[in-house]
Design a binder for this molecule. Sequence first.
Ligand code: SAM
Ligand code: DTB
Ligand code: SF4
Length: 317
Amino acid sequence: MSYTKEEIRAIHDLPLTTLIYRAQQAHQEHQDPAGVQLCTLKSIKTGACPEDCAYCPQSAHHGSDLKPEPLLDTDTILKDARAAKEGGASRFCMGAAWRRVPRGKQFDSLLETVSEVSALGLEVCCTLGTIEEDQATALKDAGCSVYNHNIDTSREYYGKIITTRTFDERLDNLRTVREVGLQVCSGGIIGMGETKEDRIAFLHELSNMAPYPDSVPINALIPCKGTPLEEQKFVDPIEFVRVIATARILMPKSMVRLSAGRAEMSEELQAMCFVAGANSIFLGDKLLTTENPDRDADFRLLEKLGLHAWEPAGVEV
Ligand code: SAM
Ligand code: DTB
Ligand code: SF4
């Protein structure tokens, strides 16, 4: 089912009680209502990124004090993948601060890493920037199941946040990874100074993809030192919950990921996000370069809420 911007605005603006009720209806019908997918992130190539994304501490354009690191070797990454698995994660997401996926030695090493991580029995997700079709196919053949590539915000606001690439390049790349048969993970960041209309346009863009993404990460901006958005106030919690609930209603079969920003959120706010339809989190004390809640605290929270680790069986949207 596709929605117009007007319809999405009407959903987004419902009384919160009705919005949550509608989101729960979708959630109970299409998801395991007590299940939360646990993923672990690993930055496999950090910093010195040629893109100028205003939110990102890894951009070479900003004065963040992050230490750049070249691509990590397979053994180093495998240690973390094993630890992630022992720690209870079912999906391992590897992120690289590249504009485009390189060819040659680095790519070969990456393929080796993907195949070994997948041999551990972890579902593999990669987020590596722009990728060509043959590379995406090679990644899939090596055992990667999902590609993350966020649209991040509305088309209208995109140029205020990133100038080194266009919104359409992002959409083209998403089509490429979909065409080779990788699952698509695409979402964005709330709290970058965008308006409500931007959020509606962002949700409209995602939900009108045919098919819509298999998973939709919703990040709360982590204002990072040295980036142009460092002074941004943390997003209003209720506005954030509205975006999660609207995403759940528009894309009932997707995993909705409560992604960056949980370290700044109370247990009550996270609980409200689960009630609004979020059903996946990143587990482990680090996202790519920033802090994430402690693993034990996360398990305590899930237990209090009566939620359990869950892996969807081949989500088809
Ligand atoms: N370089 C690749 C790319 O841009 O697709 C992959 C890594 S990039 C860090 C993945 C996503 O992390 C971005 O699209 C953005 O949504 C999110 N992200 C980066 N910095 C963030 C921040 N400070 N707060 C919240 N989300 C952030
Ligand atoms: C996504 O949407 N959020 C994750 C994952 N996809 C790759 C990344 C969040 C990164 C937050 C900033 C950092 O730790 O560097
Ligand atoms: Fe580079 Fe990705 Fe960060 Fe943009 S979000 S600066 S592309 S690492």
